[in-house]
Design a protein around this ligand. Structure first.
Ligand code: ADP
Ligand code: MG
Length: 722
């Protein structure tokens, strides 16, 4: 399909868009009834499982104990009957490999019983453990293909659900992906382990403050997903979108996002229909989608659920991405979750809202009503401040990817420098803590925390800073540096672990204190502010002044994946993960290998696409236009008139430049280094700039070649025809 044809088809798709033949009717099934209707949740379990089995399962879920096989058998049986009543013929263990995607292996319930008959069977053993071959998933050497297969183990804390397809339904079981000796091959296991670490350390702090009922502390996460929707005709006409998820060429559209007329504007009809159906399906799966709106760039949108337990939120986030992709196709569009599908307009992120708490104390990042509660709140807040400063390189490394390099440190939200935004009031409080030393309390009922009392913090602070990578927003931290295409498991795992380490540090100090508790609390807050306060920055993160200021403060500034990734597995990171039993050294190192490989592959694919498209689409087009121009010049001269050859000369210049830049890129691509870090460095420092050089030529050609010849859908078309 040529660019022209794609354009005509997309225009006709938009103009002739008809609502689907059987429109959804939310009135048929009220949302309350719809919500969770395809989930094997506690209510369904209570109804379907024998009392004893249900109780023992609940105990297992709450205490994280192992499930015995007879209970598992009974649960499996109840689950199977429920699934079959919903039309399921198959079950699937769903797992989360290091690619960041979702993987699943389907098995039929059918078991032959001899003769020609078969019965539906699903045992406890099949429920709790699966054996997908999956030997092609990256494991960074944890599991050589010849050695053994990976196993999937049921994660009881994330509910099973039914996934519908027009031709049948599937029982899906969330699982952890592990090797035969229990090493984590996927994203889920380290995240669960980090939740455990955070619980353990938080309990120590709670005990110090007298809240020692031991109620399990969990992390809450709410992830805002940004994405683009474009007409699928454009997508299929662009090999770069199809294979790399982003445009590698494209001159800027005369109109970009400068009018801000798309942001929070009316959602286009077809897009809204698609969103409604996405949400309809996600509601069935018990995913509490709450907000939807247009984002800054034309064709860009955002959706966010209500926050949930981090493990469930992570699985739900993966499902959300899957559903967006599926439904977009149904409506003739494609969902782009790449961090930077289009140069020159905003890219996409995935802000993770992060807090932790338990059933009896609520959210521990919520400022309290009493001085006592506020002191506790400040301790938890200080733990995050210390964690972000001490482990800034680790936080930066967990959001490093080829895609996210186009956002972080590249003139986009947020900068590559990790800093914390606290808002004016909280900053003042912490500044006072830093300035003052510990002071004895004036009266018995005032817990002196270095300031007289904590001013009431407004819950919905209008005081927002959109440029900060880690912002405190009323009762949670929002980690904004996460890429739109990323699994949130990694960032959550790092946040949990580094905060656990800080809480450990603080608890150890406070536990050792034999004097006045309030003074000890003040002293530790003061000390943290003196040592780690440099991470707090409330100004404009985009300004050049911040780059200089951050350098003065000694804050690391890792602009690209090449610089940022090593910190994910340096000695400090390994020691941290080992100490809190989140990952073994082997697990940590294997991940670095996988992430280097992913980076290298991403750049290589893009570079090869650039060579291919430039050689087989762009240059031939330029050649055709050259012939047209040359013919025009010749025919003008043939009738004895002067011909202007400026256009032709410009064209030839750019064509020569294109050929040269493509040759250089091809040459740079022949380099190979067995050492992954060195290979990645070559990709980032040598190949990426030579890709940009080709792009500059192609974009210049796009600006001068006749529109009807241009082979690719343009930025203008892709972003505005919808
Ligand atoms: P904004 O765009 O203003 O940041 P959104 O409504 O788009 O806000 O998203 C906010 C996200 O933060 C939602 O997913 C919301 O549920 C989540 N959230 C709110 N409170 C908490 C909390 N205490 N812990 C974790 N996430 C939270
Ligand atoms: Mg938002």
């Amino acid at each position: 399909m040529s660019g022209n044809e794609a354009r005509l088809r997309a225009i006709s798709a938009v103009i002739n868009y008809q609502p689907i033949s059987e429109p959804l009717n939310f009135a048929d099934t009220p949302t309350g009834e719809l919500f969770g209707s395809n989930v094997f949740n506690t209510a369904v379990m209570q109804q379907r499982l024998p009392k004893g089995v249900y109780k023992s399962l609940m105990r297992t879920i709450k205490q994280g104990a192992a499930l015995d096989l007879s209970t598992a058998d009974a649960v499996a049986n109840g689950m199977k009957d429920w699934a079959i009543s919903k039309g399921a013929t198959h079950y699937a263990h769903v797992f989360y490999p290091l690619t960041g995607r979702t993987a699943e292996k389907h098995d039929s319930f059918l078991s032959p019983t001899g003769g020609n008959s078969a019965i539906a069977e699903f045992s406890g053993a099949q429920l709790i453990q699966g054996e997908p071959d999956g030997s092609s998933f990256p494991t960074g050497g944890l599991r050589p293909t010849f050695e053994a297969r990976g196993y999937t183990a049921w994660d009881i804390t994330s509910p099973a659900y039914i996934l519908e397809n027009a031709n049948g339904t599937i029982l899906c079981i969330p699982t952890a992906f592990v090797s035969w000796n229990g090493e984590a091959l996927g994203k889920k296991t380290p995240m669960l382990r980090s939740m455990k670490a955070l619980n353990k350390q938080t309990q120590r702090i709670l005990t110090l403050f007298g809240d020692d009922d031991g109620a399990l502390v969990t992390t809450s996460a709410g992830a805002e997903q940004e994405y683009f929707l474009i007409d699928q005709n454009f997508y299929y006409a662009r090999p770069d979108l199809l294979n790399a998820g982003r445009t590698l060429f494209g001159a800027p559209s005369p109109k970009g996002q400068e009018f801000d007329d798309h942001y929070f504007g009316a959602i286009p009809e077809r897009v809204l229909a698609c969103m409604l159906e996405v949400e309809h399906e996600l509601f069935k799966l018990g995913i509490p989608i709450k907000t939807r709106h247009n984002e800054v760039a034309p064709g860009q949108y955002e959706m966010a659920p209500i926050h949930e337990d981090a493990n469930v939120a992570t699985d739900h986030q993966q499902l959300t991405m899957t559903m967006l992709a599926r439904m977009a196709t149904k409506y003739g569009m494609v969902c782009l979750t790449h961090e930077k599908p289009f140069a020159g307009v905003n890219g996409s992120g995935k802000h993770i809202n992060f807090s932790f708490g338990n059933a009896t104390q609520g959210n521990l990042l919520e400022p309290g009503d009493t001085p006592q509660d506020n002191a506790r709140f400040l301790i938890f807040c200080a733990a995050v401040i210390r964690a972000a400063n001490k482990y800034a390189p680790l936080l930066r490394s967990v959001v490093a990817s080829a895609g996210n390099d186009h956002r972080l440190g590249a003139n986009e939200a947020p900068p590559a420098i990790i800093s914390i935004f606290l808002g004016q009031q909280l900053t003042e409080v912490f500044e006072q803590i830093k300035a003052g030393g510990p002071k004895p309390a004036q009266s018995k009922d005032v817990l002196n925390i270095g300031v007289d009392t904590l001013p009431p913090l407004p819950l919905h602070s209008g005081d927002r800073n959109r440029t900060s990578p880690l912002a405190f927003t009323a009762n949670r931290f929002e980690f904004r540096a996460v890429g739109s295409n990323q699994s949130i498991a990694g960032p959550l795992m790092v946040l949990n672990t580094i905060v656990a380490e800080s809480l450990d540090y603080i608890a150890t100090k406070l536990e050792a204190n034999t004097g006045d508790f309030d003074l000890a609390v003040q002293a530790v807050l003061h000390e943290i502010m003196v040592e780690h306060g440099r991470i707090i920055f409330d100004g404009d993160g985009y300004a050049d002044a911040w780059q200089e200021e951050a350098a003065k403060r000694g804050l690391p500034n890792f602009r690209t994946t090449v610089d940022a990734l090593p910190a994910s597995s340096d000695a400090e990171a390994i020691a941290l993960y080992r100490k809190y039993e989140v990952m073994s050294e082997r697990e940590v190192r294997s991940r670095l290998d996988v992430y280097w490989e992913q980076y290298i592959m991403a750049i290589k694919v893009e570079a090869k696409l650039i060579v291919e498209m430039a050689t087989t689409m762009i240059y031939p087009t330029a050649l055709r236009y050259q012939t047209e121009l040359a013919t025009a010049v010749a025919s003008t001269r043939a009738v004895g008139l002067d011909a202007d050859t400026t256009m032709l000369k410009n064209l030839l210049d750019e064509m020569n430049g294109l050929q040269e830049s493509v040759s250089l890129l091809e040459k740079n691509l022949t380099h190979h280094d067995d050492d992954l870090a060195a290979e990645a460095k070559h990709m980032g420092r040598v190949v990426v700039p030579s890709m940009t050089a080709v792009r500059t030529r192609v974009d210049a050609l796009e600006a001068i070649i006749a529109d009807d010849l241009w082979p690719l859908p343009t930025y203008q078309e892709m972003m505005f025809i919808r």
